[in-house]
Design a protein around this ligand. Structure first.
Ligand SMILES: Cc1cc2nc3c(=O)[nH]c(=O)nc-3n(C[C@H](O)[C@H](O)[C@H](O)COP(=O)(O)O)c2cc1C
Ligand code: SF4
Ligand code: SF4
Length: 300
């Protein structure tokens, strides 16, 4: 549980306009005669909304760095939806990379973009493990390939297959059978020192969060989505590696290689590098299943 640190209001600067009170979704701020008081019953989750709406700079938050409240561009200079949509379409999974390493400050910029994402109860519980050493990446790849080889061997043995079915259930067995050609591709490539796991990318970012945060995984996914878009805008390529996430928590050694503590969930694995492929067009996606729900008219 975070400490309940509350905003501070400078009565000399406050005009008692009430904006901070109106924007606080937890009613931490309560209207007062001269200025609001931070005495509502709920704990403050340090979202900073009250500070961001104050027109006179009267409100500050001891838990938040004032330098991190940056001015936004004027609304008419903010991103054009056409350009944003182009960026969204431009983001594609990249599976061919040059050997050039991503500079450390570029990685930090991606994380900066990640952590402005929304998070459940503003917990911001995401952690980022960054792996940039070629031998470390190779070790991770070897371990993932070894896990999948073991799994395929289990699928092929009559007794081990039965044990596997009893352990993971028949639906997971079907999924593994479906993924068999991909897994065989991963293993065969690995035997020839090819890389169908991390796709030869020079940087891997693993995002993990404490199991104790019930929204940690979901929040981490929003951060990763921001990072992928920022990477695209910076001319970098990315690819999510679900084949790594899927097994990371089941294997202590792999979890250790990834720098993930026992009480954390592995939420996403993202490789990053300079693309060695250029997509000339965007790609069609299937029509989404959309339904505008309507209440049935009341029966008379
Ligand atoms: C949860 C998730 C897991 C993924 N895992 C992998 C993976 O292990 N390896 C890979 O090459 N691509 C992986 N991808 C990328 C998808 O294959 C890709 O997003 C999809 O084919 C659509 O292509 P696009 O990203 O270029 O639009 C994953 C994507 C998601 C969302
Ligand atoms: S930081 Fe957020 S939760 Fe706390 S008082 Fe301000 S608006 Fe309310
Ligand atoms: S938004 Fe600022 S000026 Fe307005 S009531 Fe709150 S502290 Fe006072």
């Amino acid at each position: 549980m975070r400490p309940d640190v509350r905003p501070v209001i400078d009565a000399d600067l406050c005009t008692n306009c009430g904006r901070c009170v109106a924007v606080c979704s937890l009613d931490v701020l309560v209207a007062g005669d001269e200025c609001p008081v931070p005495e509502g019953p709920a704990p403050c989750f340090a979202c900073g909304h009250c500070v961001a709406v104050c027109p006179t700079g009267a409100i500050s938050h001891p838990a938040m760095n004032p330098e991190h409240f940056r001015e936004l561009l004027p609304a008419d200079e903010a991103v054009d939806p056409r350009l944003l949509f182009d960026l969204l379409r431009r983001r594609r999974s990249v599976r061919r990379y040059t050997d050039e390493q991503v500079p450390e400050d570029a990685v930090m910029r991606l994380i900066e973009a990640g952590v402005v994402a929304p998070s459940g109860l503003n917990e911001q519980s995401w952690h980022f493990s960054i792996i940039r050493d070629a031998e470390h990446l190779a070790r991770i790849r070897r371990r993932v390939a070894a896990i999948y080889l073991c799994l395929l061997n289990m699928l092929d043995g009559p007794l081990s297959r039965l044990v596997l079915r009893l352990t993971v259930g028949s639906q997971a067995m079907e999924q593994m059978e479906e993924a068999r050609p991909l897994l065989e591709g991963i293993i065969n490539a690995q035997r020839e020192d090819g890389d169908r796991i991390l796709w030869g990318a020079p940087t891997l970012i693993v995002v993990h969060s404490p199991e104790a945060d019930p929204a940690g995984t979901e929040s981490a996914h929003y951060a990763v989505a921001n990072m992928m878009l920022m990477a695209t805008a910076m001319g970098l390529g990315t690819c999510l590696i679900g084949f790594l996430t899927a097994v990371a928590e089941r294997d202590d050694r792999l979890q250790e290689y990834l720098g993930v503590p026992d009480d954390h969930t592995v939420d996403a694995a993202l490789v990053v590098g300079y693309p060695d492929v250029e997509y000339l067009t965007s790609v069609d996606k299937r029509a989404a299943a959309i339904e505008f729900m309507q209440l049935e008219p009341p029966e008379r």
